[in-house]
Write a protein that binds this ligand. Structure first.
Ligand SMILES: Nc1ncnc2c1ncn2[C@@H]1O[C@H](COP(=O)(O)OP(=O)(O)OP(=O)(O)O)[C@@H](O)[C@H]1O
Ligand SMILES: [Mg+2]
Length: 215
C-alpha cells in the first residue's frame, strides 16, 4: 500500500520559513530524516501527521486524497510522537489508554492492550505513576507506548532516542522491529548510523527542502 504520495507541498508559519516538498513518495517502510536544526524536519512531520495544513498539488495519505472532509478521519491512522514528552496530567495507564478510549475500544480490551504494550516498553511498574513522578526517559517511553498501543498505520517519531538510555534504546529497537510488518515509520534523528540500520531510505532536509540520500 502507498502510505504517502505528495507533490509540491508548501507550508509557512509566518512567511519567514517555508517548507517546500517537490515530491515525496513512501510505501510501507521505515524512512529516516536527517538535517540541521531549524531545517524543517518537525514541520514536515506535523504536515504528514495532518496536524498542520499547508497547500499542495497532490497530498494522498493511504491512497486517499486529503480533503477538509476526510482529514479528521485520516488523522486517526497516523500518530506523531514529539521530541519532548507530552503527557496528560493523569496516570501512565490512563495516558496509554487514551487513544483507545477515543476509539471506543471496550474496557477489557483496553486493559489487555495497555498491559501488553507496557510490558514491551518496560513500564509495568509505572502504570500508576503520574507524569511528574517519571524520569525523562520513562516519560518518553510512556509517549512511545501511547503511540504504538492503537497500532496506527504510520508512526512519525521526532528524535525518539533523545532522552533514552542504552536499555530504553534497545527496547525501542526491538519494538520497531516487532511492528515493522504492520506499521510504517518516519524517524527524525541525528544518528545516521542508527537510522541506516533501521531504514530503507534516508532523506536529508535542508532549509525546508527535501533530498534523497540513501535508498
Ligand atoms: N510554531 C512556529 N511558529 C513560527 N515559526 C516556527 C514554528 N515552529 C518552527 N518554526 C520555525 O520553522 C523553522 C523549522 O523548524 P522545525 O522545528 O521544523 O525544524 P527542525 O528541523 O525540526 O529543527 P530541530 O532539529 O531543532 O528540531 C525554524 O526556522 C523555526 O524557527
Ligand atoms: Mg525538530
Amino acid at each position: 500500500m502507498n502510505i504517502y504520495s505528495v507533490e509540491q507541498l508548501r507550508f509557512s508559519y509566518d512567511g519567514k520559513f517555508t517548507l517546500f516538498i517537490e515530491k515525496f513518495e513512501m510505501g510501507e517502510s521505515c524512512v529516516g530524516l536527517v538535517g540541521p536544526s531549524g531545517s524543517g524536519k518537525t514541520t514536515l512531520l506535523l504536515n504528514l501527521a495532518l496536524l498542520l495544513k499547508g497547500t499542495w498539488k497532490k497530498f494522498q495519505f493511504l491512497e486517499e486524497d486529503v480533503t477538509e472532509t476526510n482529514m479528521e478521519r485520516l488523522r486517526r491512522r497516523v500518530t506523531y510522537v514529539a521530541q519532548h514528552p507530552i503527557l496528560l496530567r493523569r496516570t501512565v495507564f490512563e495516558n496509554i489508554a487514551y487513544p483507545l478510549l477515543l476509539r471506543r475500544i471496550s474496557k477489557e480490551k483496553i486493559t489487555e492492550r495497555v498491559e501488553m504494550i507496557a510490558q514491551l516498553f518496560d513500564l509495568k511498574d509505572l502504570l500508576n505513576k503520574k507524569p511528574w513522578q517519571l524520569s525523562g526517559g520513562q516519560a518518553k517511553r510512556a509517549c512511545l507506548a501511547r503511540a504504538f498501543v492503537f497500532e496506527p498505520k504510520v508512526i512519525l517519531l521526532d528524535e525518539p532516542t533523545a532522552d533514552l538510555d542504552e536499555k530504553s534504546r534497545r527496547i525501542l529497537n526491538d519494538v520497531l522491529r516487532i511492528y515493522s510488518d504492520r506499521t510504517s515509520f518516519i524517524i527524525v534523528s541525528h544518528e545516521i548510523d542508527w537510522l541506516s540500520d533501521l531504514c530503507e531510505k534516508i532523506y536529508a532536509m535542508n532549509d525546508g527542502v527535501l533530498k534523497g540520500m540513501k535508498s
